[in-house]
Design a protein around this ligand. Structure first.
Ligand code: SAM
Length: 262
């Protein structure tokens, strides 16, 4: 029997956008935060794929904290595209916004390439959000703020009508043992929005750097999926995910299956 594939190092995974990969190599781990480097690399790869397909527009993150994932997102945008970072900036203390601003500058995302919005997503109006984006529909949204079923539902419903047709929405901390109801919100959302699909799952690196689901409209699913499977072939977990009646790939640093004695 051949030896099982080893668990891969996260540093072997690239986005293919030089500015993103430089930040992943030399900055990402130093910025406090919770998203995994693996997920940021695959999301950067998705931004690159969007660019190659001619998909343009701003990016939005709900829950920037100190900017770890946000900086990668901003580096993945094309010139002239803006990253909007939303946070209440009240946790764990009021200085978190200063640290966010300083981290962005230190890692090459100056104020003219981004918008910081100190706000509570629960009281946000869709027209104000679109106004912050200058009326441009986002092509990439990362939702990583309040980890409750109600909070996630509110953000999903707030942003869905604003999305560009080819937009992707990345949902953090799916299947996290501390937040078991988040996936309930996702399944209820998918039932209310039958045109939306789970494009892929990006597996966890650790219990903190947890799994993300990536959603998109059904008519973009195959285009993105083909390119992701090509770009991350070393990270395809063989079983994939059954979102009956749909299937989607799972990308992981650990591509092993249970060994069955024969
Ligand atoms: C888990 S942290 C985000 C981590 C970050 N995205 C990363 O990858 O490093 C969650 C953030 O969401 C913010 N947050 C929670 N509820 C919010 C709400 N209703 N509106 C805006 N921000 C919120 C918190 O202040 C906190 O900074």
């Amino acid at each position: 029997m051949s030896d099982p594939a080893p668990i891969q190092s996260n540093t072997s995974v690239r986005s293919g956008i030089p500015a993103v990969d430089r930040y992943l190599d030399a900055g990402y781990a130093s910025v406090p935060g919770m998203s995994s480097r693996f997920a940021a690399a695959v999301c950067g790869g998705l931004l690159r794929i969007q660019g190659e397909l001619g998909v343009a527009g701003p990016a939005v993150e709900f829950g920037t904290f100190e900017g770890r994932f946000f900086i990668a997102l901003a580096h993945g945008l094309a010139p002239g595209e803006t990253a909007l970072g939303i946070d209440r900036f009240d946790w764990p203390n009021a200085q978190v916004q200063d640290r966010f601003e300083a981290n962005c500058v230190k890692h090459g995302v100056p104020p003219e390439r981004r918008i910081t919005w100190k706000a509570d997503s629960h009281t946000m109006r869709a027209e104000d959000l679109l106004g912050k984006l200058g009326g441009r529909r986002p092509r990439f949204v990362h939702i990583d703020s309040e980890h409750s079923r109600e909070g996630l539902t509110k953000e999903l419903e707030l942003v869905t009508p604003l999305l560009a047709p080819a937009a992707v929405m990345v949902l953090d901390d799916m299947l996290h043992p501390g937040y078991p109801t988040l996936v309930v919100a996702v399944h209820a959302y998918l039932e209310r929005h039958p045109k939306m699909r789970v494009l892929c799952i990006i597996d966890r690196e650790s219990v903190v750097a947890a799994t993300k689901f990536v959603l998109c409209q059904a008519d973009w699913q195959k285009r993105y999926e083909e390119r992701l499977l090509q770009a991350y072939k070393a990270n395809i977990w063989p079983m994939g995910a059954d979102f009956s009646p749909h299937w989607c790939p799972v990308f992981s640093l650990d591509t092993r299956l249970a060994e069955i004695p024969t």
